[in-house]
Design a protein around this ligand. Structure first.
Ligand code: ZN
Length: 297
C-alpha cells in the first residue's frame, strides 16, 4: 500500500453535537514497526496508540500544538508513548519492543493487553502553547488502548466517546492495515440520538476487520452515520520526528555543567560524542570542540 492512503477525516453531524474522527494509518504503523523492530503484539499496541494520538491531534484548535499519549502498564512492553500534532505528524516509542511472550491471545487476536498490561495509567498531555501543558491521567481499564482512550475521554474530559482502533499484522510481522475512529457526543445531544449511535457502533465489526476489508476513513463514518455527516477536514498523516542536530545539542546542554564536562572528557580521544534519538534512531555525531564551544556559550 502507498503512503498516500494514510489520512484522517474530521467530521460532524447532528447539528455539531456529534464529532467524529476516522483514520487509516498503515504506513505510519509500518514505519513504527521498522524503526523500533517491534514484535506483532507490540506493533499493534504502539500502532493503536499512534493512531489515537493522531486523532487527538485532530481535536486540537491549533494544528501546531502537540498531544502525547503515554501508557504505563504492568506488562512486559513497559512504557509506550506517541506524540502527534494537528498537521498529521506522529512519532512514538516503546520501552521494550520485543517481550517474547505469546503474541496471540485466547481468542486468536494479537495479545495487546498481554504486552501492555491491564493495570497502570494512561496520561494525556496537551501542549496548548501555554506555559504549562494540560495533563490528564486515568487508570487503564483493559490495556487494549482503544477502551482506555474512551475511558480517558469520559472520565477526564467529560465527553462520552466510542473509540475503535485496530492494527492488522500478517504472518510475517508486516503491518497490513491500521487505523480506527473516535466518535464524541457533546453536551446537548438527544438521548435517542446517542442511543442510536451507540447501538450502531456496538454492531460494527472490529476495526481491524473493517480495515482489512479495505474500509477507508469515510467508509467507517458511513457505516456509523449513513450519509448524514459533514466532512470538515482531510489531513494526510505520516511518521515524522522533529529531532535535529540543534535540538540534540540543546538537550545535551540541559544535562548540566558537570555532565557535559564528563562527556567531553570521556569522548575527547575519539573526538566526537554520539547521541541517538530514541524516537527515530537517528544518530547525531557532535565534535567535542563543538560541545566545548556550546558549553562555554
Ligand atoms: Zn528523531
Amino acid at each position: 500500500m502507498e503512503s498516500n492512503r494514510d489520512y484522517l477525516v474530521r467530521a460532524t453531524t447532528h447539528g455539531g453535537l456529534v464529532r467524529a474522527f476516522a483514520i487509516s494509518a498503515q504506513s505510519v504503523v509500518a514505519d513504527l514497526h521498522r524503526i523500533h523492530g517491534t514484535e506483532p503484539a507490540v506493533t499493534a499496541a504502539i500502532g493503536r496508540l499512534a493512531a489515537g494520538a493522531l486523532l487527538f491531534g485532530a481535536m486540537q484548535k491549533e494544528k501546531r500544538h502537540s498531544v502525547s499519549l503515554r501508557v504505563r502498564g504492568d506488562g512486559p512492553a513497559g512504557t509506550l508513548l506517541a506524540t502527534a500534532n494537528g498537521n498529521g505528524e506522529v512519532r512514538g516509542l516503546v520501552a521494550n519492543p520485543r517481550t517474547g511472550i505469546e503474541q496471540v491471545n485466547a481468542v486468536g487476536k494479537l495479545n495487546v493487553s498481554g504486552v501492555v498490561g491491564t493495570t497502570g495509567q494512561l496520561t494525556v498531555t496537551r501542549d496548548l502553547g501555554l506555559r504549562q501543558p494540560y495533563t490528564g491521567i486515568v487508570r487503564l481499564i483493559s490495556g487494549e488502548i482503544g477502551e482506555d482512550i474512551a475511558h480517558y475521554l469520559l472520565s477526564s474530559e467529560q465527553t462520552p466517546a466510542a473509540v475503535g482502533l485496530g492494527v492488522f499484522v500478517d504472518a510475517w510481522g508486516r503491518v497490513e492495515a491500521a487505523g480506527g475512529y473516535i466518535v464524541q457526543l457533546l453536551p446537548g445531544v438527544a438521548d435517542r440520538t446517542a442511543a442510536d449511535i451507540e447501538a450502531t457502533i456496538a454492531s460494527l465489526p472490529h476495526p481491524t476487520r473493517m480495515l482489512r476489508d479495505g474500509d477507508g476513513p469515510e467508509d467507517v463514518l458511513v457505516r456509523i452515520f449513513g450519509g448524514g455527516f459533514e466532512v470538515l477536514d482531510r489531513v494526510p498523516v505520516r511518521f515524522h520526528c522533529p529531532c535535529s542536530r540543534e535540538r540534540v545539542e540543546r538537550a545535551l546542554l540541559l544535562l548540566g555543567t558537570r555532565e557535559v564536562r564528563d562527556i567531553i572528557e570521556q569522548d575527547r580521544a575519539r573526538g566526537f560524542t554520539e547521541v541517538t534519538c530514541e524516537f527515530c534512531t537517528t544518530c547525531y555525531r557532535i565534535p567535542v570542540e563543538e560541545i566545548e564551544l556550546l558549553a562555554a556559550g
